[in-house]
Design a protein around this ligand. Structure first.
Ligand code: SF4
Length: 394
């Protein structure tokens, strides 16, 4: 199958060790059986009597490849990271490491028109676009894809359920035409990334058999109650205050109704919370070219690799998957502003956005939408009016 590689995305490992920190490394059943049988205490005194592995909760396992995680060390990093080197790799070779570590940060998405590749924005090198262009790493990507297939022989995403929106199925070839247009709109560099995403939403919505009513200007003026609760609910998933282990991406209707009835509309951060209005007072550096470039590459990578709808993300319809990206774009702004406020800085810096994008990438990687949760997302995110309001009011 043809390997599709995105332009303008670079990566090369800088050995900073940051990819091995800040998350509980997930393990497949085979990883767990291979690695946990070793007597790590006998290999290295520092692992003696330490709980190194943990079984995932059922809600965290649902539909995913992973069954266990490595328990994070006291410093929040992987306990096997020593002087920025992997102790498992050093002791037993690269192929002994957890699957995700062998492939990281390369991502592969098998589709009817080939394998779409990209890299995870959890990597600092990817964030700063340093190293060799992916387009110059075709051989490495081919080799990693072979490894991915060997490790996950039964992983064949199902793209047959493609829908523009609920009840409007589309073919893969029809989707590819829309994909071309979305990528073209995303490359309209004279617009901000937020305007480009809005243009993408308007394009997709115009394809609906029954187009929605044009939005009244008064409806764009402010976020409504549901908009705010939806942002808070997503913020809880992607930016948890206590990110212990894997995120719990449950977005059940029960939990959302509880949120609506009993929870406020402030966004929680470590040690404090901010309302969306408070965060909106912090200026956004619209002319910062490095921030614009990071956000462009981030959304380009997701859209290019088809990691936002269909089999690429929770079997969401194309419109809902794209709208979810738009809401994410708003959350990036809000979360970056909160980081800037925490530093008592007058405005958002590239570092705030980079930290936010890495957090988000981790959260998205861990999110698994069940059929029922995906139905709730369709209900809440298909509205173009909501996307307009959120993009205009954050
Ligand atoms: S197992 Fe090794 S490569 Fe994987 S996160 Fe831990 S230290 Fe890093």
């Amino acid at each position: 199958m043809e390997l599709h590689i995105p332009d303008g995305i670079n990566y090369e490992c800088s050995g900073c060790g940051k990819c091995c920190s800040g998350w509980a490394v997930p393990m497949t059943k085979e990883d767990y059986e291979r690695i946990s049988v070793k007597d790590w205490g006998a290999v290295n005194e520092k692992y003696k009597d330490k709980k190194l592995f943990r079984k995932l909760k059922d809600s965290q396992r649902a539909g995913g490849l992973y069954t266990h995680t490595i328990v994070r060390g006291d410093d929040g990093g992987c306990p096997f990271l020593e002087n920025n080197l992997c102790f498992i790799h050093k002791s037993f070779g690269g192929k002994f490491k957890p699957t995700i570590c062998q492939l990281f940060p390369y991502c592969f998405n098998e589709t009817p028109s080939g394998i779409y590749t990209t890299v995870s924005f959890y990597s600092m090198s990817v964030i700063y676009n340093s190293g060799r262009a992916l387009t110059a790493q075709k051989e490495v990507l081919e080799q990693k894809w072979q490894e991915f297939q060997t490790i996950n022989p039964d992983h064949h995403p199902n793209w047959s359920l493609l829908q523009l929106t609920v009840g409007e199925p589309i073919t893969w070839d029809e989707y590819l035409k829309h994909d071309e247009k979305l990528l073209e709109l995303l490359q309209t560099h004279k617009l901000s990334i937020y305007e480009r995403l809005l243009a993408g939403s308007e394009y997709l919505v115009s394809l609906r058999k029954v187009p929605p009513q044009p939005i009244a200007l008064s409806n764009q003026a402010a976020l409504n109650h549901l908009d705010k609760h939806l942002l808070v609910a997503l913020h809880k998933i992607y930016f948890p205050v206590k990110p212990l282990g894997l995120a719990d991406p449950d977005f059940s209707i029960g939990r959302f109704l509880y949120q609506l009835a009993f929870q406020g509309t402030s966004l929680a951060f470590p040690g404090c919370s901010y309302s969306i209005e408070e965060l909106n007072k912090m200026p956004w550096p619209s002319n910062d070219l490095e921030i614009q470039d990071l956000l462009y590459r981030y959304f380009y990578s997701r859209i290019f690799a088809k990691l936002y709808f269909g089999a690429g993300f929770g079997q969401l319809s194309l419109i809902t998957g794209f709208h979810h990206l738009c809401l994410i774009a708003a959350l990036i702004k809000l979360q970056s502003k909160a980081w800037a406020l925490a530093r008592q800085a007058p405005t958002v810096s590239l570092m705030d956005v980079a930290t936010t994008v890495r957090q988000l990438e981790k959260g998205l990687g861990e999110t698994r939408l069940g059929g029922y949760s995906a139905a709730v997302w369709e209900l809440l995110m298909s509205s173009p009016q909501r996307v307009k309001r959120v993009l205009a009011c954050t």
